[in-house]
Design a protein around this ligand. Structure first.
Ligand code: SER
Length: 889
């Protein structure tokens, strides 16, 4: 048979595989979703055979008895290892399947034919492994390869990804990637941990059914399931040593590198981060395309973890701005030919991912703020390191990785205390081990008798003050954390209280913050600072004991009292959120809907999808319409109904939220109807004035607005007026003439700046003339290195240019302090460059000696140091560096 061209690209490998098996009667099946449709026990699809399971078990009739597929797969086992050259989360599996049709006698010779004839791989580099008991496979292989090519491996057995399913012995194919990648050990062979032998195809001989207990019984018929990683085969075909260097990854890696201003192959630290971002960008793109939304459990958590891990590694590459939109866009464009659904879902995929990126950026920003405070405190106290315990707090509460803190602290010229961090981490481990000695809340509840304490109930219609009974108390102890096995909480102690059944306290949910207030009786007062639902069933009141003692055994009767000063404005902000949501749809279009919210006493924050900034005019209209609805004073009512009825009634549900069968629908005048569990006012008029505060972009296609209602709105309006009055006083004009006054002041200021710049240029020229005399000669090059006065980088650069022009063949290095910066520039004349001088190199080396950073071109480079005295150090390097450069020329 005339040989066809050897497949070289990943697209060609895909095609070759499908064609080869189509020629042998296989029907191509589309990849199934990454979210398994037929097996709830499996988180994500991890193998091509998953969609074939019902056919192999004889439970369903297959569309064909010979099938082939390219399956999207996602493996979560080693996410923290991804970054190493061999690990991947998302990959594509080439597979062929026989459902009770051919068995080993066909697939073994076919696989060899595909490898040696279709892929045209050199037979001498291909090796085979089999299960030691599988003599049938051994005999079949011996007809093709010599015995020394066959290795017995005990773990050549493939089992179901869920708890039960088809299984059987397998035979794996390995490719010798070259001796230089090997461990050198005498018994190095396929199956060795080193990088020499790459497993690239697994032929599974499905013979048994395995049940949940691990018992195996023969399947109705024998089946074949093979799986081959497209990425690995492509690496072999492209002669590269890792999958990351193939055409599936390189374009993506190069794009990430371009954004970071670096390149692949520069150093291992950079490469690791580039691999993480490339892998995770592919992973999140395919997860989002199959409908996975970031969340705190299951698949959503996998998604959240890898979006955040990608962002973190982006930061270690120096990428501070959102960047996933462009990388994910690249993945979509790169993969859309094979997966058209990516292009069709482009906008939604990008929205889902960039929204999570933005949320993580908020977390990082909050953490950064803390970190900066601690850096300032350490500096003020004359310490050279930031306490590791604090850094652990940052890690624990904000998910802020130590490495990130370390980098930011180093930038501020301090060091991060690693031993302190490690010690705090170890203490937490000890604490949780010790904590495990004490009963958990669930255990305390269980000991209350059958069923434990009833589920907590929050009821909207009840008054803010209710009698209650303490059933469990969690007391926070420094060394062990929260312990639930104590009967009482004493003055000064922090902890949590669980009441029997009904509570008037609203637990944080649906964006609305938890209630505050007190739980008290004549023996003690517990100040509640937050309320949360702990295990989906029990509401805990979090706070501290202000005075006395509260007990769950002696006098457990208490009064639970929600603070109305916290609740009422929160309810106003919740109702205005619904009014806003409906108004946004009315003004911006029905497609616009909620993507997240925060409802607090002082503000409502609302995120929604919209492709561009909302104009001032639209905002004005939204603001007017919201207030119009409030003034109409429509009734706010709520009712519990079946989810289907709620949907039929047109109630809006929130994207990505999960709802039970029974839902609560909040209705405002029949005009706004929304699924919601939060607290609201009873008539729209109670919201009081509403004020749309600001609009900004949060993520790709996601906008954010803030709204103030009631007291928060009129306090804001009053404060704005005060600010205007104070401004007017400062500039000496009445409020109604403020604009004209400020315009003329700005003009005057511009003129003054222009005059100052002119004067400075004159002065600089004069100073430059004096400086020229201080130049020294190195060979034929005039070298000038001096500290000068300048008020901006541009000024400094101008001065360097002038001096260079005056000095002819020259190198000019200048340092200046202004605006808290210590700037350093180096310029070289063209004929100095011809003599071997490079301003960029001189600047970098001089700054390296002085502890600064910078860069540039052969003729001009700029940078800076942190301290003024380091400028002198950098300047002192210049003459010797020029001597070396000229000498070496
Ligand atoms: N089920 C086997 C694997 O996942 C072959 O497809 O490796």
């Amino acid at each position: 048979m005339p040989s066809r061209p050897r497949p070289g690209t990943s697209d060609e490998v895909r095609r070759a595989f499908i064609e080869f098996f189509a020629e042998r009667g296989h029907v191509h099946q589309a990849s199934s979703s990454l979210v398994p449709f037929n097996d709830p026990s499996v988180l994500l699809t991890t193998a091509g055979m998953q969609q074939m399971i019902p056919y192999m078990l004889g439970r369903e009739v297959p569309p064909a008895i010979r099938m082939t597929s390219i399956q999207k797969c996602f493996r979560t086992g080693d996410i923290d290892e991804v970054g190493n050259p061999r690990n991947l989360t998302f990959f594509e599996m080439l597979g062929n399947f026989s459902i009770g049709d051919y068995f080993k006698e066909s697939i073994i010779p076919w696989s060899w034919e595909f490898i040696t004839e279709r892929l045209q791989l050199p037979a001498e580099r291909v090796y085979v492994t089999i299960h030691p008991t599988d003599d049938e496979a051994r005999q079949l292989w011996l007809k093709i390869v010599p015995p020394e090519k066959i290795t017995d491996l005990e773990d050549n057995w493939w089992g179901p990804p869920g708890a039960e399913g088809p299984c059987g012995p397998d035979s794996e194919l390995y490719y010798d990637m070259g001796e230089e990648l090997g461990c050198g050990s005498a018994d190095c062979a396929p199956g060795c941990d080193c990088d020499r032998y790459l497993e690239f195809w697994n032929l599974v001989f499905m013979q048994f059914f395995q049940d949940r207990q691990g018992n195996r019984t023969p399947l109705p018929k024998t089946n074949i399931d093979t799986g081959s990683g497209l990425e690995r085969v492509t690496a072999i075909m492209q002669g590269v040593t890792t999958v990351y260097e193939t055409d599936l990854f390189r374009p993506i890696i190069d794009d990430v590198a371009a954004i970071a201003g670096t390149s692949f192959g520069r150093d291992e630290h950079t490469d690791y981060a580039l691999r993480v971002v490339a892998d995770h960008a592919r992973g999140v793109t395919f997860l989002a395309s199959d409908g996975v939304v970031p969340g705190n459990e299951g698949r959503g958590y996998v998604m959240r973890r890898i979006v955040r891990r990608a962002v973190r590694y982006g930061r270690t590459l120096g990428i501070e701005r959102p960047f996933l939109e462009s990388i994910v866009g690249k993945v979509i464009s790169r993969m859309a030919a094979a997966y058209p659904e990516l292009e069709a879902g482009r906008a939604g995929i990008i929205e889902t991912i960039t929204l999570e990126e933005a949320r993580f950026a908020e977390t990082l920003a909050a953490g950064t703020e803390r970190l900066n405070e601690w850096i300032a405190q350490a500096k003020a106290a004359g310490r050279s390191a930031v306490d590791g315990r604090l850094l652990f707090q940052l890690h624990d509460t904000f998910g802020f990785p130590f490495e990130l803190s370390e980098e930011m602290i180093a930038e501020a010229g301090l060091s991060a205390d690693r031993p302190g961090f490690d010690a705090a981490m170890e203490e937490q481990r000890t604490r949780s081990r010790a904590g495990a000695r004490f009963k958990s809340m669930a255990e305390v509840l269980a000991s209350e008798g059958p069923g434990g304490a009833p589920e907590s109930q929050f009821q909207w219609e009840r008054p803010l003050t209710l009698p209650g009974e303490i059933v469990a108390i969690g007391v926070h102890e420094d060394t062990v954390g929260l312990r639930w096995d104590l009967d009482e909480i004493k003055q000064g102690q922090h902890g949590q209280i669980l009441l029997h059944g009904v509570t008037p306290f609203y637990p944080e949910a649906g964006g609305q913050v938890g209630d505050r207030g007190v739980i008290r009786n004549e023996h003690g007062i517990f100040r509640v600072t937050d309320t949360r639902k702990l295990d989906g069933a029990h509401v805990v009141h979090i706070g501290h004991l202000e005075s006395g003692t509260l007990s769950r055994t002696v006098n457990p009767q208490v009064i639970a009292e929600v603070d109305p000063v916290h609740r009422a404005p929160t309810a106003r902000h919740h109702t205005i959120t619904h009014v806003l949501h409906r108004t946004l749809k009315d003004v911006l279009g029905e497609n616009t809907s909620q993507r997240g919210s925060l409802v607090a006493p002082h503000v409502a924050r609302f995120d929604f999808n919209y492709p561009r900034p909302v104009s001032r005019q639209q905002l004005e209209e939204i603001n007017a319409r919201m207030n119009h609805h409030i003034l109409a004073d429509e009734p706010v009512t709520w009712s519990i109904m079946q989810i289907d009825d709620a949907r039929k009634s047109g109630a809006m549900a929130i994207f990505g939220e999960k709802y039970g069968n029974e839902v609560r629908v909040v209705d405002i005048g029949g005009w706004s109807r929304e699924l919601c569990g939060g607290t609201h006012v009873h008539r729209a008029g109670e919201v009081g004035p509403a004020f749309l505060l600001r609009e900004s972009g949060l993520a790709s296609g996601i906008r954010r607005v803030e709204v103030l209602a009631g007291e928060a709105a009129f306090t804001h309006a009053w404060n704005q007026q005060e600010r205007l009055l104070s401004l007017a006083r400062t500039v000496g004009a009445p409020v109604d003439q403020l604009e004209a006054k400020l315009t003329s002041l700005v003009e005057e200021l511009d003129q003054a700046k222009r005059d100052a710049a002119k004067l400075e240029a004159q002065l600089a020229a004069g100073r430059a003339a004096n400086l020229v005399d201080t130049a020294v000669k190195v060979g034929e090059v005039n070298v000038l290195a001096a500290k000068v006065e300048a008020s901006s980088r541009d000024g400094l650069r101008d001065m360097a240019d002038q001096l260079r022009a005056k000095l002819g063949t020259s190198v000019v290095a200048l340092g200046a302090s202004f605006d808290g910066q210590q700037a350093f520039v180096v310029g070289a004349s063209r004929d100095a460059i011809e003599r071997g001088i490079n301003a960029g190199d001189i600047l970098r080396q001089a700054l390296a000696a002085a502890g600064g950073k910078g860069g540039g071109r052969p003729d001009f480079a700029q940078g800076g140091v942190k301290e003024a005295d380091q400028l002198s150090v950098a300047l002192a390097q210049v003459v010797p560096l020029v001597e070396r450069a000229v000498g070496g020329a």
